[in-house]
Design a protein around this ligand. Structure first.
Ligand SMILES: [Zn+2]
Length: 215
């Protein structure tokens, strides 16, 4: 089948494709629950997922579009992005603290019609960017930021793979074997670091300090 934006999709991928908002919301609930178990809590973050086709994503201005992998079936495709903003309050947090700064994630946009396994991996990845933004991690290196986001995809695929999902195992292998210095090497470096600290402890460190632990 051919999508309107020119993408071609096979029948197997069509079967689980995430085309509409109810399907996206349902998959998002699963992703959020699994990430919460791993210690990635999105306090107050509304899981507003928008779907857009490749033409609509290309026409977006002022947002950072994102690849979730440089190998596998998604290689080179823009799969999603987050929309976020920083609000400077006027009344703020008291005279001595200066104006209050509030970070807001408005939502996540994901490429429409992805097969479900690719959708949940991409969503976890984009929620990683949202989490790092809310944690004020502003000067991470690209390999740390993208690597961290791919660790979240990895956690989702690993869980689903352990439940016998063959597609999840396929995406796990794509991550393990991705030669890209940012998305692949970065993923393996950040995973090793989080593992050595313990995931929950490392996540707390990053959230409280606004930076990754030094390697
Ligand atoms: Zn990314």
């Amino acid at each position: 089948m051919k999508y309107q934006d020119g993408r071609r999709v096979c029948n197997i991928c069509r079967e689980t494709a995430v085309d509409d908002n109810p399907a996206a919301a349902e998959a998002a609930r699963e992703v959020a629950a699994l990430l919460k178990r791993a210690g990635v809590i999105m306090d107050g973050l509304p899981l507003r997922i928008a779907l857009a086709d490749a033409d609509e994503i290309r026409s977006q201005r002022g947002v950072r579009t994102d690849f979730s992998s440089s190998t596998g079936p998604s290689a080179g495709a823009v799969l999603g992005f987050i929309r976020c903003r920083t609000e400077i309050g006027t009344e703020g947090g008291g005279a001595s603290l200066g104006p209050s700064v509030r970070r807001v994630v408005e939502g996540v946009t994901i490429l429409q019609g992805l097969p479900r396994e690719m959708f949940v991996g991409t969503l976890a990845h984009e929620l990683g960017h949202a989490w790092l933004f809310l944690a004020s991690v502003d000067d991470a290196r690209p390999w740390q930021e993208e690597g961290f986001c791919n660790v979240l995809s990895y956690l989702i695929h690993r869980h689903r793979s352990q439940q016998g999902n063959a597609e999840a195992s396929f995406y796990l292998r794509c991550l393990e074997e991705d030669p890209d210095p940012v998305y692949g090497e970065g993923f393996r470096r950040v995973r090793a670091q989080l593992k050595s600290y313990g995931y929950a402890q490392a996540l707390r460190f990053i959230y409280e300090r606004g930076r990754f632990p030094s390697a």
